[in-house]
Design a binder for this molecule. Structure first.
Ligand SMILES: Nc1ncnc2c1ncn2[C@@H]1O[C@H](COP(=O)(O)OP(=O)(O)O)[C@@H](O)[C@H]1O
Ligand SMILES: [Mg+2]
Length: 225
């Protein structure tokens, strides 16, 4: 689905990531850890074609990102839902419209998809907040709205960048449960986080692998977590 082959990335200084090879298998559940600044967000951006590697190859659904046009990348992006670290919403639009934005942008606002929107909002527990404006949301509500927006296009893969960064333990457990549910429905999941307690909790619910960025490389973390 998403394949990195001997990938390196540099923003212009030295190499931030180097020699990274990774093949994201359909239906897998991964955590991505590493200290702040180690390149987790950069790695995720490479995984959804927002960045092109400075060396090596990234393949999205069997196509090399380097040979893809903007439109090709946009098409591939529909299959990858991203929960961004700093969730951005249009503050003048209600939560429901913000969640539906990817549908609206792609011209898909048919009745059944709007029904799907309602279902999705109740799934994340935001049915009663559908008409609220984003600035009125709590941190946990924002994260759940972000997750809903990431899955509204029914992507195959969900990449979540520190989705529990600003929420309390109970809310992070709730978000985790939603991501585990998505995985049980067949979605491929990757969560960047440095919350080891969250990873431990996940391991009781799902077969999750833990990747770690250290010394610019991607390592598979052992069972010592
Ligand atoms: N657009 C950018 N231009 C230059 N440097 C960047 C840019 N984005 C991130 N960096 C740098 O790359 C390093 C890794 O960043 P990031 O991928 O966000 O790490 P993490 O998500 O693990 O905290 C940091 O030192 C950061 O300052
Ligand atoms: Mg980050």
């Amino acid at each position: 689905m998403i394949e990195l082959d001997n990938v390196a990335y540099s923003y212009g200084g030295g190499e931030l990531l180097s020699g990274i090879t990774f093949d994201m298998q359909p239906g897998s559940f991964h955590f991505l850890t590493g200290p702040s600044g180690s390149g987790k967000t950069t790695f995720l951006k490479l995984c959804y074609g927002a960045l092109v590697p400075t060396a090596g190859h990234v393949r999205l659904f069997d196509r090399d990102v380097r040979g893809m046009t903007r439109d090709d990348i946009a098409m591939a992006r529909r299959r990858v839902g991203v929960v961004h670290q700093d969730v951005q919403f249009l503050d003048h639009l209600p939560v429901a419209d913000n969640v539906a934005l990817p549908l609206t942008v792609s011209g898909r606002t048919k009745i059944d998809e709007l029904a799907n929107l309602k279902e999705l909002l109740s799934w994340v527990g935001l049915k009663s907040r559908a008409d609220a404006l984003p600035p009125e949301l709590s941190g946990g509500e924002r994260q759940r709205a972000a997750l809903a927006r990431a899955v509204i296009m029914s992507p195959d893969v969900i990449l979540a960048d520190e989705p529990t960064g600003n929420v309390d333990w109970e809310m992070s457990q709730r978000l985790l449960r939603l991501l585990v549910e998505l995985n049980k429905m067949g979605k491929t999941i990757m969560i960047a986080t440095h919350d080891l307690a969250l990873i431990r909790a996940a391991k009781t619910q799902v077969q999750a692998r833990v990747l770690r960025i250290a010394n610019r490389q991607l390592q598979l973390a052992g069972a010592d977590l």
